[in-house]
Design a protein around this ligand. Structure first.
Ligand SMILES: *Cc1c(COP(=O)(O)O)cnc(C)c1O
Length: 358
């Protein structure tokens, strides 16, 4: 490590993204990308925006896109905050909405590991609340009053990497019990089988709902994410953005994201195809002896009672199939497997049969 790094940066623990490997005949089931690709209308819009006008700065307020997203969720455009991927939106939420210093930020012990990276980055203290034995979030853990007021609450719904979802009533209970702190719900996978807490925004001004176009809209390469919240919170996030990068979304991203948001038919059809494939994949894996957690996401979280997870992942890799294995307490015997097309699932299952038989 360079001796020129600031103490703060030398101390960070950066997030490790899933591998983007270059392997012949690769089947990538490790980063929850959508197997069907973006809406053709999004691709056409990006092409149409690829003109001489790229010499100009993009619309820094991205008003057309914010208006379309607001309409989809029954909100106003000034309740939508956009970022260069939802990871960037999350970074601004941590910086702008969660008190830095001593007050704890409550989050599940098993959840998206980027939250802890941001805690380090912004000097926020994470307090890891253990999931129940069955990996569900225990709502009561977040609704009882505490001696010290937390800095906030954050969790993913459906949770990652478990795939388990809370009901809207449970999320409402958490928001209602914590009126004076931000409750952040990361809905990266919500379109694959859970209900969006955006429906609660009219009643709870402490709620912040985060979405991404990377998963259900198949636009991970375009880098677009957003937060839905009260106008006051969005104004606060814009203060952070405009102190960091006023133009987080380039013109092509704005054009492609807008066309994607407006193509409801393609969105519904392609998500339904993944949901159907998930059902079939879960059944096949169960037949092979895997325990399969009930998933509301575009991945399954599984373990085999007789086979080591890291070994299975390494063996699959030799066959050109990548899945995600986390060396994290409680889940080191689990694999997170992205749901692909029915052909992808069949290749995975056939290869798994070979791997488990060896
Ligand atoms: C993929 C993912 C994100 C990040 O999405 P980007 O918009 O691609 O940055 C955020 N939260 C969770 C839980 C995710 O799985």
């Amino acid at each position: 490590m360079s001796r020129f790094l600031s103490d703060h940066v030398a101390d960070l623990t950066p997030y490790t993204p899933g591998e983007q490997a270059v392997i012949p005949n690769l089947l990538k089931l490790n980063t929850n990308e959508h197997p069907y690709g973006p809406s053709p209308r999004a691709l056409a819009a990006i092409q149409a925006a690829t003109t001489d006008s790229l010499r100009l700065y993009p619309d820094y307020s991205a008003l057309a896109l914010r208006t379309a997203i607001a309409k989809l969720h029954g909100l106003q455009a000034d309740q939508v905050f956009l970022g260069n991927g939802s990871d960037e939106v999350l970074a601004h939420v941590f910086d702008g909405l969660l008190q830095h210093g001593k007050r704890p930020l409550l989050m599940p012990d098993i959840t998206y590991s980027f939250y802890r990276t941001y805690c380090k980055m912004y000097d926020i203290q994470p307090e890891l609340v253990p999931l129940a034995e069955d990996f569900s979030i225990r709502v009561a853990d977040y609704t009882v009053p505490r001696g010290v007021q937390p800095a906030g609450i954050i969790f993913a719904n459906p949770n990652a990497p478990t795939g388990l979802a809370l009901s809207l009533a449970d999320i409402e209970a958490i928001a209602r019990a914590n009126p004076d702190i931000p409750v952040v719900v990361d809905e990266a996978y919500v379109d694959f089988g859970a209900e969006s807490a955006s429906a609660l925004l009219g009643r709870y001004d402490n709620l912040v709902v985060i979405h991404t176009l990377s998963k259900s809209r198949a636009l991970a390469g375009l880098r677009v994410g957003f937060a839905l919240a009260s106008k006051a919170i969005v104004d606060g996030l814009i203060r952070v953005k405009d102190s960091f990068n006023s133009y987080p979304l380039d013109s092509l991203a704005q054009a492609g994201a807008l066309a994607s948001i407006q193509d409801e038919d393609y969105f519904q059809t392609s998500c339904k195809a993944v949901i159907d494939a998930r059902t079939g994949l879960g059944q096949e894996l169960a037949k092979m002896g895997f325990n399969v957690l009930p998933s509301a996401a575009n991945f399954v979280f599984v373990r085999h009672p007789d086979h080591d997870a890291a070994t299975i992942a390494a063996d699959l890799r030799k066959h050109g199939i990548l899945v995600r294995h986390f060396t994290v307490a409680r889940i080191e015997q689990f694999l997170r497997i992205t749901v692909g097309t029915p052909d992808d699932c069949a290749r995975l299952c056939n290869t798994l049969k070979t791997v488990l038989a060896k």
